[in-house]
Design a protein around this ligand. Sequence first.
Ligand SMILES: NC(=O)C1=CN([C@@H]2O[C@H](COP(=O)(O)OP(=O)(O)OC[C@H]3O[C@@H](n4cnc5c(N)ncnc54)[C@H](OP(=O)(O)O)[C@@H]3O)[C@@H](O)[C@H]2O)[C@@H](O)CC1
Ligand SMILES: [K+]
Length: 462
Amino acid sequence: MKPTTDPVLTAREMRGAEERLMAGGATARTLMEIAGREAADWVWRAAAGRSVTVLCGPGNNGGDGFVIARVLQERGLPVEVIAPLDTGAQAAGEARAAYAGPIVESADNAVLVDCLFGTGLSRPLGGDLTGLLRDLAQRHAYRIAVDLPSGVESDAGRMLDEDLPDYHLTIALGAWKRSHWLMPAAARMGERRLVDLGIGEVAGAARLSTTPQVSPPPASAHKYSRGLLAVVGGAMPGAAMLAARAAMRAGAGYVKLLADYKSPMTPDELVVDDSALEESLSDERIDAVAIGPGLGRDAAARGRLLTALARADRLVLDADALMLLRPGDIEDGQEVLLTPHGGELDALCQAFGVEASDRIERALAVHRLAGCAILAKGPDNVLIDQDGQITLFPPAPSWLSTAGTGDVLSGIAASRMATGKNAGDAAEEAVWLHTLAARMTPAPFCSGDLIRYIPIAYEHFL
Ligand SMILES: NC(=O)C1=CN([C@@H]2O[C@H](COP(=O)(O)OP(=O)(O)OC[C@H]3O[C@@H](n4cnc5c(N)ncnc54)[C@H](OP(=O)(O)O)[C@@H]3O)[C@@H](O)[C@H]2O)[C@@H](O)CC1
Ligand SMILES: [K+]
């Protein structure tokens, strides 16, 4: 298992972590005081002397708001509090009593601090509260969410109401919540900061990916020792070619395209092997196989997929291969990475009889039933590695929403696997290489442009 140094928790895991802190002597009130003070530091910096409105809700998120308001006022900042609901939680009530400043119906200040709801939000806000939030958002040029923007459900990245405001800064308390890194919620949060409450590691929790370190080839390297990747082509040349071209720049020493076409666009460095698939895959020097981009979805394509699965132990399955995969295809002892986008994850769930609605739960179920690692790719990548560890990532640039970038990602992941990385590490490195290449490629770009920036991204992680 990877260390969960930066855990990403569900609301339930967060409550468990809070209970452990309390068993160690902390109280809800002391935790609120620490969280509120630390959050106030961030608000103080962002406000830079400007006036602040704190919107406080009925629970402990509202209690944090009263601490923030008190601390900012003690430091001399002009502060007003709006508290549209009665305070319910005991610690929050104490925090409210300790705040001596103005409580108003509405306010026009420079900075809005949203402490209406955090992880305790259990249902949509409804008309009055959404109206209030939208109105306040219009009146405040700079908006900060404490723990979570109100209206975000903690675990699945869902918005419980429509047309809620965007924020410039979101201050997570104690630990990241899954929705800090899942769309569509993550897109509303602006910059993210984390306040440490000493929660430490949480067994079984998701983790936030940290930047990888890749290596140069060892001094004694030759093309085979660096990893031979076979990309299995099929009906359409373009997508397999993209995956192969990306793989050539992501670490493998030798990339072969197994297909019966040679287009004028084929790079000189790419070896195209058009012999029968059984024969070309019998080369024992092959370290990993990538199959799916441009494979097709007919019986011949399914035949090529079964041949690849019969002949290779380490594979990346993408695109059409994911539409063709069936329960029982992957055998024990094989190391396989699936890289589905949303529609392909739907198809996998259908093929494997998975009914969960939460994306992470769906990916976990496919991981268990298919017996492999899975990278659910998109603007918010979710990785389940071979051991079931969930890893989330900082958001990828939205310019990646263009044809072929998924083929590039699976090509990079396959290249990393060919170098000897296990499926989970290969996928994690691929996401970072792909994301950084996208940040550096002049936009709007197409997937071919993106490929040229993979080596520059690689160099960055050396
Ligand atoms: N964990 C930790 O270590 C720490 C946690 N801290 C803070 O605690 C926060 C979690 O606090 P929390 O559990 O009190 O939840 P919170 O989000 O304030 O709201 C719950 C209240 O709202 C109500 N309510 C819900 N939905 C509603 C709706 N649609 N419309 C109206 N009401 C609605 C709900 O009522 P009920 O559903 O019970 O009817 C309940 O009264 C967390 O985000 C962080 O900020 C820090 O202080 C320190 C360390
Ligand atoms: K909030």
